[in-house]
Design a protein around this ligand. Structure first.
Ligand code: DC
Length: 230
């Protein structure tokens, strides 16, 4: 009988429910929840807000090296999971804007950006009792993880989820534009040379189409129980 997996990775495309499920699993097990996408988003936001063109690989890579990104327990009760600090400035919601959505895959494809952020992610992951969420956590960052889950869903379902999320936050957005941004992000994330989005060979793949959050959560808990029983 194995004990609880100490390192759990959840990878998958944008809008597959990784963050929501990762958070619930971490709460259930009393583990740290760590959403690695936040770090790529912070770098994209830092570039945009300081006038660096996200196509300028050298400048963005340098930025990723020097910028201070920190995740702290939430100090404001507005639905956030953490305070995301960029050089001590609270950018928790700014990193979720449509302009960051449209630029983040570009910066996440740069090898030097991935190296800088990946090192920090690995250090945090190796401390254990962690649910780490991203695109390449099971394949590249923590290949030794005890349990790897890959959440998937069709692009239409994912675009619809993202649309509802932004509308609920009061943002003015169009479904069609979310769908096309998502399609472009999928393309960049899964075709990039370094750490492309794909399930690890030993990942358990969960198709979340037509499942609500509770149903996906139940499925994932069953997978964790199954892992313990092995
Ligand atoms: O999960 P998210 O939508 O917040 O991720 C934002 C972007 O960051 C996404 O387009 C791909 C990238 N990303 C990545 O390349 N590797 C990770 N481990 C996490 C995110």
């Amino acid at each position: 009988m194995k004990s609880d997996p100490v390192i759990i990775t959840i990878d998958g495309p944008a809008g597959s429910g990784k963050s929501t499920i990762g958070k619930l699993v971490a709460e259930e097990l009393d583990y740290l929840y760590f959403d690695t996408g936040v770090m790529y988003r912070a770098v994209a936001f830092a570039a945009i807000s300081t006038g660096i063109n996200t196509r300028d690989e050298e400048s963005v890579s340098h930025l990723a090296e020097v910028v201070g990104i920190d995740l702290k327990p939430p100090t404001v009760k507005d639905g956030r999971d953490n305070d995301v600090l960029l050089d001590d400035k609270d950018v928790t919601w700014e990193i979720r804007s449509p302009s960051v959505d449209a630029n983040v895959s570009i910066v996440a494809a740069y090898p030097e950006v991935r190296r800088a952020l990946g090192e920090k992610q690995r250090q945090i992951g190796l401390q254990g009792k962690v649910v780490m969420v991203g695109r390449d956590i099971g394949t590249v960052i923590l290949p030794e993880a005890d349990l790897k889950i890959y959440l998937d869903a069709s692009i239409e379902e994912r675009a619809n989820r993202r649309y509802q999320e932004l509308i609920n936050r009061g943002e003015e957005v169009e479904y069609e534009s979310i769908l096309s941004t998502l399609r472009e992000r999928d393309r960049i994330d899964s075709t990039r040379e370094i750490a492309p989005l794909k399930p690890a060979g030993d990942a358990v793949v969960v198709d979340t189409d037509r499942l609500n959050i509770q149903e996906v959560f139940t499925k994932v808990l069953e997978i964790i129980k199954g892992h313990r029983a092995k």
